[in-house]
Structure formats: structure tokens, C-alpha cells
Design a protein around this ligand. Structure first.
Ligand code: BGC
Length: 900
């Protein structure tokens, strides 16, 4: 061996012996999640589910097998003990994976790691360790509940209360963790600093049945020696007025437990009890609808420090323990998400300034000013202006939506409210004589869900409509899916929620948000004849079981499962949703759902609310069929084949009854409005032999309206998708692109920056709709955005392989568009579709398919011979189907073109 070969040999041996870097594999498991959360500090389930996605630059990557192992960490001592190992499991599943035999115990801290293999048998190596921690898991909540014992009179904005105690930290502290719950809204502080930027804690459950709790790692806030902990307690949804009622209680309550673990694993507990004190603070008024008043002169920066505070501290009342179930929060909380500067400031009258933020948004304004001591500043909020430039307040109804600040007079002062929020584009500011652009900055506030969907096309008004739909979601995803964010309502209307749910799940990663809200929806269920799910969740005493509203209990879990692929949401909701099917069946011996009338095709143009055709009974029966069909599918997915069969038999009965009662032999359907047809076609209630005739009737109802829509809440979301299913995408484009009333672009042409509640919330002829129920930020009609993703760009989930394990890329060009592009960050990674039509009539399509998924890509046309891939004649196996060329693809990036 020469010197040189020896050297080469030695280095080869060294390379072979060196630990193989993880990057050696061409793929790896990333984005590890437990129960849809990254390193959660608090989960309460005994059967946690694990997910990851695969990252790779290679094409056609799929997972052949995985192995997942879990060990337990001992808090404080740092020791770790192996607990469970799946061994190698031959499966491509990477969403909602369970570990048989693993049962976490309360207050545990666990690590988990995963390794995956590809089809060639190559391993990714073990991932980095990820952690998760468990909560009380149905064991009793140990801390006492404190209140002031001072009830708040109905309709009176209450003063927020401050609770505090001091404690000594043990020597050798390794970790401090704060558990927190409340009936009301709470902001935790330690040693003069807020524990978190999270807002509206602990959220809004159905307080009668449930309380949410949270956990924070506060190790960095606790110092050796004396410490102070404080809790600011607002009224929120618990005890400020909701609609016209005082809903849950007259005074909020709070309970917290700080656990400090030392390096030997010994735990010291500081829990709310009678030794705590409470005092009134500077928040002199707080209410969700009315707003907030802050008298800065009353503030004491030392209120939550161990020394030097000077408020009048009193002994709290210790309340009885809760009978409601304590549930760990699953959804991310509300946070301050973005800031918007004013686009203009006008002095309406001397000292009265109107700020325009250029966007109808939800949150509040940060006030920055220099003022004299005692100067009162007032901010009123509105979505629109009257012709004279003053605020349009009629549509707020009883909501005062006012923030007030009383200045200290010292230096520059800044303030933001905490326990209220507003829906506004405009703010009227008084009390700041020298107000400027800098005085106010809008702070956009909503549940902190990552944005996963984007869409753009060559039509500027459609792009604005899409943006309006996204802003509508931002504005109405504040803890629960609300109908509107501005007036004295802001409730979890279930109809609105189910209509918008698919769109919502494409815009933002909203799976856990809905899973949590669905607990409130289940809590609302009653088994009485006029019962079922409430029309509003959390339930505040509205009616139950309205068709298209109460049905959210079935439609939302199904849609969440479709988009996320996680069956947990089905398991959690199945028992109650089956009760809903059974309850309806018990009232429909003949297959027709006879029940008390309700909203129907709410707000269809030209009809008073709730009075639009088709008849309520038709709508209720159509939804009865749809929910029964979904319940059969869900039962199948969960392996409950007997219930699935029972539901299918029921479905046949409903369909036969529907056909007899509502569909004439010439294809005319009772009510003879667009909604009659789209419900019947979209819910598959039309026998095959009548389908063409029914489609012709639908066409006629559209022609009669001059190619405009005539649909309300229930017909609108289905109109364009049903037209596409019926091969009438061109007609759908025509309707969507109408700029005149009634249509989506009518509001856009008239300056809308969010979706209006009514097709005619404002018209040039009449101005504002005279009805007080007239929100300018109601997301329901924004459901059209899912048609943008699913049809214009063509990215659509597949119920046979949920969570985008398999999906469709089937763009439908039309409406004169020359390009469209969309991206959806699916649970497996980003799916993209980007098409253009060039001057020669070539349709170009760029597609991204994430690792571990497959897609059916279809291009318009039938000229297979002109199909090119990557600039060359395509050699792929293709299928021509209904005027489209289809190819099956694995993961990767692809570029196709075809002659149109
Ligand atoms: C809400 C709606 C809701 C409806 C019920 C309204 O007040 O704002 O969006 O679905 O009532 O019909």
C-alpha cells in the first residue's frame, strides 16, 4: 500500500466510524407536535397523539415505517426513564399517531422522539427530543377559588379587581410552573411583570359545565427570597353583559397554583387561599361590549411587588369549589397579532379627531400621549362613517364600544385596554387637544393561529374579496368563532361557524381552535324534543337545533377531520352527534324533519330575515340527510359499522321522503329558488335520473336573476361549489364576478375591507341598511374563499385520505383570469398550485406536493398529445376524464403545460 492509498484508506475508515450525521438521510421528521401543540406544557388526555411532517428535497418521498419512543423526565433532578417504544411500525401515518400501552399520569413531564424510514429502507435517525407535560387529568384542582364577594349590578360596567400574595422561594429552585383558571378574565403577574402576552385568559367555555385552565413556565420570573404574585381579574364573558342578559354569574372568580420544584424534586406550592388580598385598581370599568376605563392616577407599579405597594388591600371571599369540569386549554390563546397605523386623521370639530385605519379590524388602539393630570381621554369605535364624517354607531346597538383613559400628567403615557375589544375601522378621539397620527396605533387581536393559506389571481377585486374573507376570520376568531365583533352580540353562532368552517381551516391552522369550541357545542346539547345542539355556543339561552345551525355539531367535526386528518375530533364528538341524528329521527317517522320554524336561508336578498324560501321544512330535511350521511361516514371511520348501517338506512328513508315531498318530475324543487337546488344537489338528494333536469332548473333560477345570486346564509356557501360539481364553473365565475347587487363584489366595489353581514348592508341609493342588525364584519358570506382555493387554484382535500394525505390539484381557469396561485400549508407541508395562461393559449401549471403525500393533478382540456412536463413531451400515464387530463403524482415540484 502506498503512502497515498494508506491515507485514503485511513480517512475512509474514519468517515465510516464517525457518528452518521442526521443530515445523511435525504429526509427527516420535523415540526413535532403532541395533540397539535408544540412542546405543550399542559395536556389532559390519557391517550396523547403525536404528529410530524417530513422534510426532503427529493421527489416521491414517502414514509414506510416509524418508531416512536417516550421517556419520563423527572422535574428538578433531570433524570429520565424510558417508558414506551412502539418498535418499528410499518405505516405511512404521521398525523395523530398513538403509542399503545403508554398512559401518562397527572403532572408528568415526558420526552418523545421519532425515527422514520423511507421506501428504500433508509432511516432518518432519531429526531431531537420533544417534550410534553400533563396537567391534573381529572384529579381534584387543589387551589381555592377567590372572589371579592362584591356582586356587580346588571348592565353596570364593573371595576376589575387585583389579587396578590407574597411568598418565599425555596432554596435551589429548579423550576416554577403556574397553573391558572378563572370564571372571568385573568392576567397573571409575578414580581411586577406580566407572566404572558396571552389575552382573554383562560377563555370562554360553557361556564355552567366547564372551566379552562392553563400552565406557564415562570421559572425566570421567580427570584430567590421574597416574591409577589398578582392576578388582575376582569369580568369578560362570565359576568359582563352578553346580549341582554347577565349570563353566568354576578362576580368573577379566580384560582391559581404556583408549583416550585427544587433540584431534589421537592415541590413547594403557593395557591390561592384566604391569606391572599384583593384591592380595586385603576381599571374602573371593564366590559366586553361597553369597553374599558383606566384611571392611570390610581395605578401603583408596586401592586405586585413584595414591598412598597400602597393600595387598600382587603380579605377575599373563598368560594365553594367548582362543580364544572376543569379542562386544559387546547387552542392557542388570543394574542396581539399585528399593528396598523392610521391612514388619516381628521379634526371633525375642535378637539374631536376621527382616525381612519384603512381596514375594518378587531382589537383596540394603543394610546400614546402627553397630557395634564386628570385629563380624560375618550375613544369611540365604529366600522363606518356617516356622510358628515362622524361615526356610524347605529349598528353597534347597545354596545358602547368606548375606551377611556384618565392621565397622570407625568411624562409620556401609553395605554391599551385588556378586558374588552372592538370591531372598528374608525376611532373618534376626544381629550387630546394636540392629537396626531402617532397618538393612536391599532392593535389587531385574535386567537393566535398560524396563517396557512394564501391565494392570488389576476382579478384585483377577487383578490380584495379574498383579503376581506381573511380579515373577516381574523376579526371573528377571538376565542370562539363569533358572528360579528362589534355590536352587542359577538356570539358563537353555530350556523355561521359551520358555513365558514372549511374556509377557516384553509386560511388558518384552526384544528385545535375548533376542537376546543366543539366542547362548548357538546356542552350545549339537550335531549328534549325541541333540543339538540344550541344555535349559539357557548350556549346563552337561545333556541336549539335549528337546521343549518345546530347541525354544526356534525359538520364542524367532520370538516376538521377532513382538513387535519386527526380522528380525535371525531372520537370526541361522535357520541353527541349520534344523539343528534337519533333525536331528529325520533321526530321524523316519515323521513321529513318537522320541527319548529327557524332562520332558514337567513338574509337571502329581498326577504326579511328568516322569511326567505325554500320552506324551513325542506331545509331542515336536507340538513337532516346531510348530517345523517356524515354521521354514517364518521361511524365507519371509527369502526362502528352497526351504527353506520343504521344511519345509512335512515338516509335512504330521508332521501325517498325528500324526493316525494319536494322534487317534481320536471326537476322543479319546492320553493323554486337557487337555494332549493343547491341544497338538493350539494347534499346528493336528487335521484340520478332527475339530475340533469334539476341542473336545468337551477340554471333557470340563475338566468331569471340576471346571473346574480339569490341566496342567503345556507345557499351561498354551496352555490359556486355546486355549480362546479355540475360542470357549470363558467356560470359560477359569472356570479362571483358580478359587481352589482346582490353579489360579493358589490361590497368590494363600495370599499368593503371585510365581509358584510347583508348583501345590502350599505347601498349608494339607501345608505345604511336601516335594520340595527347590520354588521360590516360578518364572515359567513366569506365562505366563497374556499372555492378560490379549491376550484380557481384547484387545491382540494380528499375525504378518502384526510389531512391532505392524498389531495387534488384541479384548477379551473375561467372568468377571464390569466393566472391564479394558492398555497396551503397542509398538515404534511406546503401544497401549491400556480397556473397561468400565456398568449398562445398554453395552460401552464406549477404544482408542489409535500413529502409523504400523493395528489391527483388534473389539467383542463383533452389534448393529451400537447401535454408537456418540464418543457418536454410528457411520458406520464394519463387519464382523460370529463374534459380534464389527470395524472397521479408523488411528492415533489412539477411543471406541466397543455394547449387549451
Ligand atoms: C347573527 C347571525 C346568526 C343569526 C341567527 C344574528 O343575529 O348575527 O349571524 O346566525 O342571528 O339567525
Amino acid at each position: 500500500m502506498t503512502h497515498r492509498t494508506l491515507l485514503l484508506f485511513a480517512s475512509a475508515v474514519l468517515v465510516a466510524l464517525a457518528p452518521r450525521p442526521l443530515s445523511a438521510a435525504t429526509f427527516r421528521a420535523v415540526d413535532p407536535q403532541c395533540e397539535g401543540l408544540t412542546s405543550p406544557l399542559l395536556i389532559d388526555t390519557t391517550t396523547p397523539r403525536f404528529s410530524w411532517r417530513i422534510e426532503s428535497d427529493e421527489k416521491e418521498i414517502s414514509q414506510a415505517a416509524y418508531q416512536l419512543r417516550i421517556s419520563e423526565d423527572s422535574v428538578g433532578t433531570g433524570s429520565s426513564r424510558p417508558l414506551a417504544d412502539t418498535g418499528r411500525v410499518e405505516s405511512s401515518q404521521c398525523i395523530g399517531v398513538q403509542v399503545p400501552g403508554f398512559e401518562p399520569h397527572p403532572k408528568g413531564k415526558y420526552r418523545w422522539e421519532v425515527q422514520i424510514w423511507d421506501r428504500q429502507g433508509q432511516s432518518s435517525g432519531w429526531s431531537a427530543a420533544n417534550v410534553f407535560e400533563t396537567g391534573f387529568m381529572q384529579t381534584p384542582w387543589p387551589a381555592q377559588w377567590l372572589s371579592t364577594g362584591r356582586p356587580v349590578a346588571k348592565d353596570t360596567p364593573a371595576r376589575a379587581r387585583y389579587f396578590r400574595t407574597v411568598f418565599a422561594a425555596p432554596d435551589g429552585m429548579a423550576r416554577a410552573k403556574l397553573f391558572l383558571t378563572a370564571q372571568g378574565l385573568v392576567e397573571p403577574w409575578i414580581n411586577g411583570r406580566p407572566v404572558t402576552e396571552d389575552r382573554f385568559l383562560p377563555g370562554w367555555p360553557d361556564y355552567r359545565k366547564r372551566a379552562y385552565y392553563l400552565a406557564y413556565d415562570v421559572t425566570s420570573l421567580v427570584k430567590p427570597g421574597q416574591n409577589a404574585i398578582g392576578l388582575i381579574l376582569g369580568d369578560g364573558w362570565y359576568s359582563s353583559t352578553l346580549l341582554l342578559q347577565h349570563q353566568y354569574g354576578t362576580s368573577p372568580r379566580v384560582s391559581a397554583q404556583l408549583e416550585i420544584t427544587d433540584t431534589n424534586g421537592k415541590v413547594t406550592v403557593v395557591a390561592t387561599d384566604q391569606s391572599w388580598k384583593w384591592a380595586d385598581g385603576p381599571i374602573t370599568e371593564n366590559s366586553i361590549y361597553q369597553g374599558e376605563t383606566y384611571d392611570a392616577r390610581l395605578a401603583d407599579p408596586a401592586w405586585c411587588r413584595s414591598e412598597g405597594n400602597h393600595w387598600n388591600w382587603q380579605t377575599p371571599q373563598v368560594d365553594a369549589a367548582l362543580s364544572a369540569e376543569l379542562t386544559a386549554r387546547l387552542s392557542p390563546p388570543v394574542r396581539r397579532i399585528q399593528e396598523v397605523k392610521p391612514v388619516s386623521v381628521k379634526e371633525l370639530r375642535p378637539g374631536v379627531f376621527v382616525y381612519d385605519f384603512g381596514q375594518n379590524l378587531v382589537g383596540w388602539a394603543r394610546l400614546k400621549l402627553r397630557a395634564r393630570a386628570g385629563q380624560e381621554v375618550q375613544l369611540r369605535h365604529a366600522e363606518m362613517l356617516e356622510p358628515d364624517g362622524s361615526l356610524h354607531l347605529a349598528n353597534l346597538r347597545h354596545a358602547k364600544a368606548t375606551a377611556r383613559y384618565v392621565a397622570t400628567g407625568k411624562d409620556e403615557e401609553t395605554w391599551e385596554p385588556r378586558f374588552t375589544y372592538f370591531g372598528f375601522r374608525y376611532i373618534e378621539l376626544t381629550g387630546v387637544p394636540n392629537a396626531s397620527q402617532e397618538t393612536l396605533t391599532a392593535v389587531v387581536v385574535h386567537t393566535d393561529l398560524p396563517r396557512i393559506g394564501t391565494f392570488e389571481c389576476s382579478h384585483p377585486l377577487l383578490n380584495q374579496l379574498y383579503r376581506n374573507a381573511v380579515w373577516g376570520q381574523k376579526g371573528n376568531f377571538l376565542e370562539v368563532p363569533t358572528d360579528c365583533p362589534q355590536r352587542d352580540e359577538r356570539l358563537g353562532w353555530t350556523g355561521d361557524a359551520q358555513i365558514f368552517c372549511n374556509t377557516a381551516l384553509l386560511n388558518l391552522r384552526a384544528g385545535n381552535f375548533y376542537r376546543q369550541w366543539l366542547a362548548a357545542l357538546r356542552d350545549s346539547f339537550v335531549d328534549t324534543p325541541e333540543g339538540g345542539y344550541s344555535d349559539v355556543a357557548p350556549d346563552i339561552g337561545f333556541r336549539h337545533g335549528s337546521a343549518g345551525w345546530g347541525d354544526a355539531g356534525v359538520i364542524v367535526p367532520y370538516t376538521v377531520w377532513l382538513q387535519t386528518g386527526d380522528t380525535a375530533v371525531l372520537e370526541e364528538n361522535f357520541p353527541t352527534l349520534q344523539r343528534w341524528i337519533d333525536l331528529q329521527a325520533s321526530q321524523a317517522p316519515d323521513g321529513i324533519r318537522h320541527s319548529q320554524e327557524s332562520y332558514g336561508d337567513w338574509l337571502a336578498p329581498g326577504f326579511p330575515p328568516g322569511k326567505a324560501p325554500p320552506a324551513y321544512e325542506l331545509i331542515a330535511t336536507a340538513y337532516f340527510a346531510r348530517t345523517t350521511e356524515l354521521a354514517a361516514q364518521i361511524a365507519d371511520i371509527l369502526g362502528k359499522s352497526e351504527i353506520a348501517a343504521k344511519n345509512r338506512a335512515l338516509l335512504q328513508k330521508i332521501k325517498a321522503a325528500y324526493r316525494r315531498a319536494y322534487i317534481a318530475d320536471d326537476g322543479k324543487i319546492a320553493g323554486d329558488v337557487q337555494t332549493s337546488y343547491v341544497l338538493s344537489l350539494g347534499f346528493d338528494l336528487v335521484p340520478a335520473e332527475l339530475r340533469d333536469a334539476v341542473i336545468q332548473q337551477l340554471r333557470r333560477t340563475i338566468t331569471e336573476k340576471n346571473d346574480h345570486l339569490a341566496t342567503g346564509f345556507l345557499g351561498t356557501p354551496m352555490l359556486a361549489p355546486v355549480l362546479t360539481q355540475c360542470g357549470l364553473t363558467d356560470l359560477a365565475y359569472k356570479i362571483v364576478e358580478q359587481e352589482t347587487y346582490p353579489g360579493w363584489l358589490f361590497s368590494v366595489k363600495n370599499g368593503a375591507t371585510t365581509i358584510w353581514e347583508r348583501w345590502d348592508s350599505w347601498t349608494p341609493e339607501r345608505g345604511f341598511n336601516p335594520d340595527g342588525m347590520n354588521s360590516f364584519n360578518h364572515y359567513a358570506f366569506g365562505s366563497i374563499a374556499s372555492w378560490f382555493y379549491e376550484t380557481i387554484a384547484g387545491l382540494r382535500a380528499d375525504a378518502r385520505a384526510p389531512g391532505w394525505k392524498h389531495f387534488f390539484v384541479a384548477p379551473h381557469p375561467g372568468g377571464g383570469l390569466t393566472y391564479a396561485k394558492a398555497e396551503i400549508v397542509t398538515p404534511h407541508g406546503a401544497a401549491r398550485s400556480h397556473w397561468t395562461i400565456d398568449k398562445k393559449g398554453q395552460f401552464q401549471l406549477h404544482v408542489s406536493i409535500p413529502p409523504n403525500t400523493t395528489a391527483t393533478v388534473s389539467l383542463p382540456g383533452e389534448k393529451v398529445k400537447t401535454l408537456r412536463e418540464g418543457g418536454k413531451a410528457s411520458k406520464r400515464k394519463t387519464v382523460v376524464n370529463a374534459g380534464r387530463i389527470e395524472v397521479e403524482l408523488g411528492s415533489g415540484e412539477y411543471a406541466f403545460s397543455v394547449a387549451l
